[in-house]
Design a protein around this ligand. Structure first.
Ligand SMILES: Cc1ncc(C[n+]2csc(CCOP(=O)(O)OP(=O)(O)O)c2C)c(N)n1
Ligand code: SF4
Length: 478
């Protein structure tokens, strides 16, 4: 096969070909002249020069740089709007050798994420933050940002930003410098060659501070957005030098590298598995059951509508998995409606650490109503299983390589005067057909999701009754 040769090799830290990107896989999605491309290339080069590629976890924000994971051949996490410093805190505290980069725009960092950045800086988290200040909300079409200059025209300030109405723009490098935590704060710019060289140097220092375990580094970079500024590339760089820098002076604000001693690691003791489980369920002892031999990872989807007990069934299954000493994840998904809207939960059970709770395919689908069956059935793997709530789904289906079971879940639950517990009948069927968790572990997990003793007893009876019906229909369980 012919080898792919990139047009321009910028850094080995950036992919040669952007395979995750849709369409054009050779060029980034940034507009021509955008500062993001220039800055991201310099960050990649600094990572390469410091030889830290295998340790970097790059956190991208919501904003034009949301797709940074298309480009960086490093660890990647895409964070909720403004929350990257909080995510970075968690990542760095659990992986102390990682080099954690929080890359954020001005809307993301100084608008919605102001709380996260202030507190992480104040705590002197050992992370590096690159703050890309283009004075506008680039991705959403150029609205006023907290950093938009006075008199600057944007989509939402067509006559210019007004000091009385909109307040002063926020100078983040100065705000961060007022805190005692940070070790290094610098403002630089993507404009002239001289500024670019300064920016490259500041990026290197910001990353090196993490290598040397010195503390929080904040690099603000004035960056062009030619598209929303309605300028060409050259004019937008000139605008940074002649206009932006007057309000946002470039330079060094804090440099405590000399007086900071390297971080020696957390003094908090790490919890072992047992202590962790007790912390999650402080009031209930988690019973231990025989380990279960499951394939390395099993994905279960419980699906239906709000009010069917879908999410609690997921919790029950996750608890049962825990008591078999499996790794578990629980990821709910539901519409804004309280009851009656779509609801589903995916639970992963695994013998190994679970990298992500997101699933691409399903091993066991518990379909509690027609629409959810039709929606999720195409995701079931060959060799997988679908369990259908035949009380509400009046059809028989056949999918090549997939085993289908039917159980009158709603009816069985109603006969016990427990119409909202039909999902427990479905879970019982899952245990019956798969053995991925035992019936005993399901029963033992009931007090974790049900507070009243009376409900625990009623659900236990329901589980036994469901087993009897399943055995009558399908024979002895696995
Ligand atoms: C919770 C939430 N609020 C608002 C938005 C809409 N939104 C997407 S990007 C963005 C602003 C991005 O601007 P900035 O952080 O300056 O980055 P840029 O696109 O300029 O690089 C906003 C408001 C959203 N996606 N999510
Ligand atoms: S809109 Fe602005 S910030 Fe976004 S990619 Fe285009 S030039 Fe860059």
């Amino acid at each position: 096969m012919e080898q792919y040769v990139p047009k321009i090799q910028t850094s080995s830290v950036l992919y040669n070909e952007y395979k995750r990107k849709e369409g054009d896989k050779e060029n980034t999605h940034y507009c021509p002249g955008c500062g993001h491309g220039t800055i991201q290339k310099m960050i990649a080069q600094a990572i390469e020069e410091l030889d830290i590629q295998d340790r970097v976890i790059f956190l991208s924000p919501v904003g034009c740089s949301v797709f940074s994971y298309y480009y960086y051949d490093t660890g990647n996490i895409q964070c909720s709007h403004g929350r990257a410093p909080a995510v970075a805190t968690g990542v760095k505290r659990s992986l102390e050798d990682a080099i954690v980069i929080s890359y954020q725009g001005d809307g993301d960092l100084a608008g919605i994420g102001m709380t996260e950045i202030i507190h992480s800086a104040n705590r002197n988290e050992h992370i590096t933050v690159f703050f890309i200040n283009n004075a506008t909300y680039g991705m959403t079409g150029g609205q006023m940002a907290p950093t938009t200059l006075i008199d600057e025209k944007t989509l939402t300030t067509p006559f210019g930003r007004d000091r009385e109405r909109d307040g002063e723009p926020i100078r983040m490098a100065e705000v961060i410098s007022s805190l005692s935590g940070p070790v290094y704060v610098q403002r630089c710019a993507v404009s002239s060659t001289k500024e670019l060289l300064n920016t490259k140097k500041a990026i290197e220092i910001g990353l090196k501070n993490q290598v040397n375990k010195l503390g929080f580094s904040f690099i603000e970079i004035l960056s062009p957005c030619p598209t929303n500024w309605k300028m060409n590339s050259l004019d937008s760089r000139e605008y940074i030098d002649s206009v932006m820098k007057k309000f946002y002076p470039v330079g060094l604000f804090v440099d405590k590298r000399e007086e900071s001693s390297p971080y020696k690691g957390s003094s908090f003791p790490l919890l072992d598995d047992r202590e962790l489980k007790e912390l999650i369920s402080p009031t209930q002892e988690i019973q231990e059951f025989e380990p279960i031999n499951i394939p390395s990872q099993v994905a279960v989807a419980i699906t239906g509508f709000g009010g069917q007990g879908i999410l609690s069934a997921g919790t029950l299954l996750a608890h049962a998995g825990l008591s078999h000493n499996l790794e578990v994840s629980w990821l709910p998904s539901y519409g804004p409606e309280m009851r009656g809207g779509k609801a589903s939960v995916t639970v992963m059970l695994s013998n190994e650490s679970i990298g992500s709770p997101l699933i691409e395919s399903i091993d066991y689908l518990l379909a509690m109503n027609g629409p959810s069956l039709h929606h999720f059935a195409p995701m079931v793997e060959k060799g997988g299983v679908i369990i259908i709530n035949s009380s509400l789904i009046d059809e028989e289906i056949s999918i090549e390589g997939v085993n289908i079971y039917y159980i009158d879940a709603t009816q069985i639950a109603q006969e016990e005067n427990m119409s909202s517990a039909s999902s427990v009948v479905m879970l019982t069927a899952l245990s019956y057909v798969s053995g991925i968790v035992s019936i005993d572990s399901l029963i033992a997990a009931l007090p974790h999701s049900l507070k009243k003793r009376e409900y625990v007893e009623k659900n236990t009876t329901l589980i036994h009754k469901s087993i009897a019906q399943l055995e009558e229909k399908y024979g002895d369980r696995v």
